[in-house]
Write a protein that binds this ligand. Structure first.
Ligand code: FAD
Length: 398
């Protein structure tokens, strides 16, 4: 393909062909933007959905998660299989050429963190990763998963159901410790055993070697396949030195504007200023990639909308639906709602007498009601919240 050059007035270039990039294009068109849009995406595939990769696709119930098959209807210049390499003098540089732009949207998402060592490690981030991994899952396969976070737990669920001998190795004292704290995460440890998955907690991995994992302390875990699921980092290395301010992602304000005029950031790559939480926050949540582009598109077209969500995500693991709304970074206390040994329970985080975050297990109604209380910054009664017999909404004071 010849080098690209598309410097036209009114041209919007979107970098990153994931959910956030696609949604930005969709929202621009939905709002009547009739100018040129170019979507530059490193993956050769058209935009697809990631959450099913570790769930229905890994379970064999889905073969493809492409988000829409009528991309042409959006009138977008598709530059798939093209990687942005830098930004300078008002030009986006890629491995295939350069693109002039009037406004630019950065939606490059996140990429998995790797472990040291010469052994083969797989990841679960892309559709290609997922298809390759799924093809390996067979009864008796010794699968080592490093990391008992959301992805590790979901993959363990699918792999165990396919008859693999799964061991999950986690450095922290509990699953999900980084996401929801060890006290809440510990309530999920029994789910692994019940599914026939061996869970090794408090066990850091030193390196991935041919044939298995070298464990800190001298141990060895033999494995036919190793999947590293220890987290992701924002895919922003290509912006180093570009003049775009970075701060654990692309630093953006509450209108999703990056530090350079006409440049916006959305999705997993964006660390935006949260008015609600009075700090810069970056989320790796599908819901953020879905909704932030609504605000970005409005502002690309001259608006001054703010993006100020109560964050939300879910995880499906070991036959359960976990949902979380809010942000518990400033929480002063946590109360369990119900008994974690029961099929349905939750955890509520409070600060200054208000509900700031809520995790639920198989309790979507609690989640919905709690989300509204968080949005309203309502004062709540912790005792009532802890009682699963009382609807969450009735825990509001006054
Ligand atoms: P991405 O989806 O990462 O897309 C970014 C795209 O940009 C990628 O295609 C990448 O190749 C491309 N790119 C990167 N660098 C460049 C470059 N330099 N030039 C051009 N293109 C580039 N969230 C939930 O809330 N609930 C779930 O249950 C859930 N499950 C998940 C399961 C899996 C297996 C994974 C991987 C994620 C899951 N998520 C879940 C997270 C959710 O999918 C992400 O938050 C969402 O995909 C982020 O979208 P994005 O468009 O910002 O980034």
């Amino acid at each position: 393909m010849s080098p690209a050059s598309s410097a036209r007035p009114g041209q919007i270039v979107v970098v990153g062909g994931g959910l956030a990039g696609l949604r930005t294009v969709e929202e621009l068109r939905a709002r009547g933007y009739a100018g040129g849009v170019t979507l530059v995406g490193a993956e050769a595939r058209p935009p697809y959905d990631r959450p099913p990769l570790s769930k229905r696709l890994m379970a064999g119930e889905l073969a493809d998660t492409t988000l829409r098959d009528d991309l042409a209807a959006l009138g977008v210049g598709l530059r798939l299989g093209e990687t942005a390499t830098g930004l300078d003098s008002g030009l986006l540089r890629t491995d295939r050429g350069e693109h002039g732009f009037d406004r630019l949207v950065l939606a490059t998402g996140a990429e998995p963190v790797a472990l040291p060592g010469p052994g083969r490690q797989r990841f679960l981030r892309t559709l290609d990763d997922a298809l390759a991994l799924r093809a390996r899952l067979r009864p008796g396969l010794r699968l080592a998963i490093v990391g008992a976070g959301w992805i590790g737990a979901e993959l363990a669920t699918a792999a165990a159901a396919r008859g693999c001998r799964v061991t999950v190795v986690e450095a922290a004292a509990a699953p999900l410790a980084a996401a929801v704290g060890a006290e809440v995460g510990a309530q999920t440890a029994g789910w692994y055993e019940a599914a026939g998955v061996e869970l090794r907690l408090g066990q850091p991995v030193e390196s991935v070697q041919p044939g298995g994992l070298a464990l800190v302390g001298g141990g060895w875990l033999a494995a036919d396949e190793v999947v590293t699921a220890v987290g992701v980092r924002p895919a922003v290395g290509w912006l180093e030195g570009s003049g775009i301010a970075l701060d654990n992602g692309i630093a953006a304000d509450e209108q999703l504007r990056a530090s350079m005029p006409g440049v916006f950031a959305v999705g997993d790559a964006a660390a935006f200023w949260s008015l609600r939480y009075r700090r810069r926050l970056r989320f790796e949540h599908w819901d953020v990639a879905l909704r932030a582009p609504v605000v970005a598109a409005a502002n690309l077209m001259g608006g001054t909308d703010t993006y100020d969500p109560v964050p939300y995500f879910w995880s499906e693991q070991f036959g359960r639906m976990m949902q979380y709304a809010g942000f518990h970074g400033d929480a002063e206390r946590m109360v369990l709602r119900g008994d974690p040994a029961a099929p349905r329970w939750g955890a509520c985080w409070l600060a200054s007498g208000r509900l700031v975050a809520l995790l639920t297990v198989d309790s979507p109604r609690d989640l919905a009601q709690g989300r509204r209380l968080i949005e309203a910054a309502a004062a709540v009664d912790a005792g009532r919240l802890s009682d699963p017999g009382i609807p969450v909404r009735d825990a509001a004071r006054g």
